[in-house]
Design a protein. Structure first.
Length: 270
C-alpha cells in the first residue's frame, strides 16, 4: 500500500479517545506492538493530550511518559514518531530511537523546534495550528478554509526552510479538529487535492474526531463516543488513500489497513 498507516499510542491519562488505557509504559509498548501486528507502518507516541481544553503537562512529565516507551518500541523493531511540541522532547526522543517528529503546532509552540529538527535531519510533520488547546476553537474563523489552511501551511514551510529545515523533511497536516468547526473539516476532506498541490507529503488525522461522531445524529443531539467512530474513520481513510496522501493517523489500525487494501485493489484493476 502506498499510503502509510500511523497508529496512535497515547501515553496520557486524558486524551479524548483512549486516555489512560495505555498510560503505563508496559501497556503502551504492548499496545504499540499489537498495532504493528495489525499493519501499522509507524507508531505515533505522544505524552501530552491536545484535545480541546486540555492543560499542558510539564516537560519533565512528558519526557517521563514517552522516552521509555519510544526506547522499547524501537528496540522491538517499530518505526516510531514522537508527537510533541517541545524541541527538547523531540531531541531526546530521537536519541531514544524515534525517526519522525510530529508537531501539532508546526514548530510554532517552541522556537527551538526548527533547529532541533534541522540538526537531526528527520521527517517533520507540520500541522496547521492557530493556538494551544485551551484557545484554539476561538480561532476557528476562515474566509475560505481550504485556501487559508494552504496559505498558512505554505507560510510555515517558508519559515521553517529559512531556519534550516530541508523542504524534503516536511510533511503537511491540515489539522482536522484543530481550530476547525465541522464544516471546515468536511471542506478540507473534500479538497485534499489542494493540499496535495502544495507538493509535499500529506498526513491526514481524522480518526475518531468529533465531526465524525455527529454523523447521523440529530441537531443538538449527543455525538457518538470516540470508540464508535471507527467505521466513519475508515471511510475517510478511503478518501485519503484515493487522494494519494502519504499517511493516515488512526487509532484503529486494522480497519484503515483494510480500507487502504480496497483502494489498492481498485488501482490494480483500473
Amino acid at each position: 500500500m502506498s499510503t502509510l498507516v500511523m497508529g496512535v499510542v497515547n501515553v496520557t491519562p486524558d486524551s479524548f479517545s483512549d486516555g489512560g488505557m495505555w498510560f503505563a509504559p508496559e501497556d503502551a509498548v504492548s499496545h504499540g506492538m499489537k498495532l504493528v501486528e495489525q499493519g501499522a507502518d509507524i507508531l505515533d507516541v505522544g505524552g501530552e493530550s491536545t484535545r480541546p481544553g486540555a492543560e499542558r503537562v510539564s516537560e519533565e512529565e512528558e519526557l517521563r511518559r514517552v522516552i521509555p516507551v519510544i526506547r522499547e518500541l524501537t528496540h522491538d523493531g517499530a518505526r516510531v514518531s514522537v508527537d510533541t511540541m517541545r524541541a527538547s522532547v523531540a531531541a531526546q526522543a530521537i536519541e531514544a530511537g524515534a525517526s519522525i517528529v510530529n508537531d501539532v503546532s508546526g514548530g510554532l509552540a517552541d522556537p527551538d523546534m526548527a533547529r532541533a529538527v534541522a540538526s537531526a535531519g528527520v521527517p517533520f510533520v507540520v500541522m496547521h495550528w492557530r493556538g494551544h488547546s485551551q484557545v484554539m476553537q476561538d480561532h476557528a474563523s476562515y474566509g475560505d478554509v481550504v485556501a487559508d489552511v494552504c496559505r498558512e501551511l505554505t507560510e510555515r514551510m517558508s519559515d521553517l526552510c529559512a531556519r534550516g529545515v530541508g523542504r524534503e523533511q516536511l510533511i503537511l497536516d491540515p489539522g482536522f479538529g484543530f481550530a476547525k468547526l465541522p464544516e471546515h473539516n468536511w471542506s478540507i476532506l473534500a479538497h485534499l487535492d489542494a493540499l496535495m498541490a502544495l507538493g509535499q507529503p500529506v498526513l491526514i488525522g481524522t480518526s475518531r474526531k468529533t465531526f465524525l461522531g455527529t454523523l447521523g445524529v440529530a441537531q443538538g443531539g449527543v455525538a457518538r463516543p470516540p470508540a464508535q467512530r471507527d467505521a466513519a474513520t475508515a471511510a475517510t481513510t478511503v478518501i485519503a488513500g484515493l487522494a494519494g496522501v502519504w499517511g493516515v493517523r488512526v487509532h484503529d489500525v486494522s480497519s484503515s489497513v483494510d480500507a487502504l487494501r480496497v483502494v489498492e485493489a481498485m488501482g490494480e484493476t483500473s
